[in-house]
Design a binder for this molecule. Sequence first.
Ligand code: GDP
Ligand code: IMO
Ligand code: MG
Length: 429
Amino acid sequence: MNNVAVIGAQWGDEGKGKIVDLLTESADVIVRFQGGNNAGHTLVVNNEKFIFHLIPSGMLHKDKICLIGPGVVIDPKVLLEEIDNLAKHGYFVEKNLKISGTAHVIMPYHREIDILLEQKRGAKKIGTTGRGIGPAYEYKVGRRGIRVWDLIYPGQFKQKLNDVLDDVNDYVKAVFGHRGFDANRIYSEYSVYADKIRKFVLEGPLYLNGEISKKKKILFEGAQGTMLDVDHGTYPFVTSSNTTAGGVCTGSGVSPTKITEIIGVSKAYTTRVGEGPFPTELFGEMGDRIRSMGAEYGATTGRPRRCGWLDLVALKYSAMVNGLTGIAITKADVLNGVSRLKLATSYTVEDEKIDYVPSNIAEFERCKPVYEEMEGWDTLDPATGPGSLSPAVKSYIGFIESYTGVKVYILSVGAERDKTIVFKDPFKA
Ligand code: GDP
Ligand code: IMO
Ligand code: MG
């Protein structure tokens, strides 16, 4: 049995897409288990760039099955656009895509409520991606959601839609002075999507567990990151799903006993998009340098990412809540030529020194980083392999390993597949 989960170990955009694409080589089935098209996972292959929002990042490999699992929220319009784009580039194999019937559907009112709520929050906004993710999960947990199963059966869909719209319209009219949503219009639009999606839909957990019992290798692709987890992140500045290792199981219907490795992806520094605390954020020249060298602009919304030094306190927290068995460090090349590097190893809150992430947001907001400095490196050459890494790079990796207690399995030094040094392959562990 060999089933690997790839989890964002920071605030998202760690380079999960690249790592998943790389590990797909050894896997049979690649599964998204949470989030929706708030995610933007970038793959650079043969000088072509692909941004995946809903389809697992294994789709560029022609013989791999890609499953959108039960824990995902699906905007069908975005999914179909993604399919069209892949097909146009010769990368879509119809029989390889599977969608769990129990995944929830993002409806037009979810998108609109997301935006209206953000406007209402004003200065206290979360900085969501505006894709309807939060409301879609709210409706799911509130047992008023529409699942893919409902969508693909016309009678069932019409009934569910009429029922939920009664509620939705009462709410949006009263709270936002909105004119309300028209059931017929949504029904017509979504029926077209349903017709195109129907052929991909199946019993997700049944399929996946069947593959596992046939000794197939499963690769679980996380979206967002640990610090954006709805329970374990910087609440309320989080997304609305469990981005951490527990979410792999609830979002796929696969038992924790079936997961053999959990790989946390972390940049060699830190970024965050949207609002919320970020102790190691850099506001001056160094922050700008990282943003421009790392092309740190959101893959989904194009927003500039906030940039800062590597926060080892947060990374160790991530190792704890996910039970990480390995770490993938990405974008080490972005730090090329920076002579002194800083890593946060504790925080001070007022006069007290702490070495953990406080879960009370008010306390976390007051945390100031305490840094250790290390020597930087000039260049990184993946072609020459691990043996030729400079002492400075080795020290940086060693420091991360000794602080977190987790081995670095992979070092990524460029966006392309071959710009990677693999110390240990989690599928061969
Ligand atoms: P994800 O959401 O975690 O998949 O990450 P994103 O795709 O949103 O952001 C990561 C960005 O960094 C993308 O533009 C990748 O192409 C790029 N990237 C990934 N790994 C590396 C790396 O090692 N070096 C550089 N320079 N870019 C990388
Ligand atoms: P990937 O998978 C980085 C952030 C948003 C906002 C918060 C809530 O590419 O790493 P939401 O729309 O989910 O309700 O927004 O979460 N966010 C992400 N940040 N990477 C992502 O995905 C993100 N998905 C959501 O910026 O702060
Ligand atoms: Mg991203």
